[in-house]
Ligand binder design. Sequence first.
Ligand code: CO
Length: 512
Amino acid sequence: MLNPVLSPAIFSMTALTANTTPKPDSPYNRQDWQRGYQSQRHETDYWLEADEIVGEIPAALSGTLFRNGPALFERGGQSVQHPFDGDGMVAAISIDAGRAHFRNRFVRTEGFVAEEQAGKFLYRGVFGTQKPGGWLANAFDFRVKNIANTNIIYWGGKLLALWEAAEPHRLDPETLATLGLDDLDGTLKPGESFAAHPRVDPACAFDGGQPCLVNFAIRPGLSTAIALYEFAPDGQLRRQQAHQVPGFAFIHDFAITPHYALFFQNPVAFNPLPFALGWRGAAECIRFQADQPTRILVIPRDPQSGQPVRTLTAEAGFTFHHANTWEIDAETLAIDSVCYATFPDVEPETDFRQINFAALPPGQIWRCQLDLAQGRVERRQLLARCCEFPDLHPARVGRDYRYLYLSCAHSPSGNAPLQGLLKLDLETGVTQDYSFAPTGYVSEARFVPEPGATTEDAGWLLQVVYDSQRDRSEVVIFDARDVTSGPVARLQLRDRIPYGLHGCWTPHCFVR
Ligand code: CO
């Protein structure tokens, strides 16, 4: 089975080479940006000294920010073809009583350990990284290297590093040591996958208002199997169902309301032949079909409901990440997503570091309103600014909400690297933003609610920023009520954290 897992494109889905010298007034510089994609082999842990904390950590902020992302971009002198082929490294930033502790570790996956010993790539990467030896060495090698690099969650007392085409890896939350593959107490059979984008329903209608973790798994093929899993706070499986949908599906993320799970089946086609023959990585065999619609799958979360899976169609476009979805009434849903006009081809034999940002479509926020009775979708753009990595108050997941937080480009239009933080008030349309341009480059921001507070934006936003001039990263803390004024605290780390993907906040602090 081919496993064309794909993770968010965001910076570099295609590597269009362009010999552009950045304009003097450009908010970014490609050479500066590239430095954030150097490997980080140094594993460390330390308490930050007082002079490494600029500003003041809010006294009520206590817990751990876990982050995951690729952090190894070459072996034996060979570069990965795409950063998403890099081995996952987890960082934990623990905050308590105004102090901060940092720790980072690579996930010791089977492939990572074997390749460390060999000093070279032993597996093909989904995004085109080939084993040494040319196409003959790669042909008909369908082994999947679980690189555990996309997300990390803490649920049911387990810390799990996720990669969407394989099983989770369990880590020790205190030391970040890898404990091994985790089948979720027997829920996953050997070799089954578990997506990297779980959602937490804060008050599950089927479980007496208890929170529940909802996630999915995709088995791609000529038709696609979608499995849906729901877990209680103690990690026990509560509900499970599976569906077969027509056609190849490339689905990275989904969204939930109290009663439905929503999936966007992007209009893409997959030609497995160049992959099988060892010429290309699986992701390089995907082609966007501009003449085909996006299919929106609406799956009832209650397997006993007797309701069918419904499929609606919308204009072509490509989505990795959804912000939120909710039920306007029994037959009307809304979903906010980061949409791209097209999915750029992943080009073989190009260097992702030479990306021409301006030649690619930006991710923009769109709202789709779904009329389930009529089978109609109305679509409108909420924000033209290039953005990615949406987040919101965890209590509003699956509910109507007011505030959406995003990582964004510096300029109001065009595609560019992510350099800032943006807050969008969906009620008024007013935005607040803060930019780290020209030298700072950001990853995902996470919203952390203030304990005991009731207003939706009472809390903090935590974001990792790469300082390209010092070649180090910072964890910055914003007051979510006032993004424009900039961070209230900057935790200056001693090393670089390469551009990451996803992570989570937990109010547990694991440092002894
Ligand atoms: Co993602």
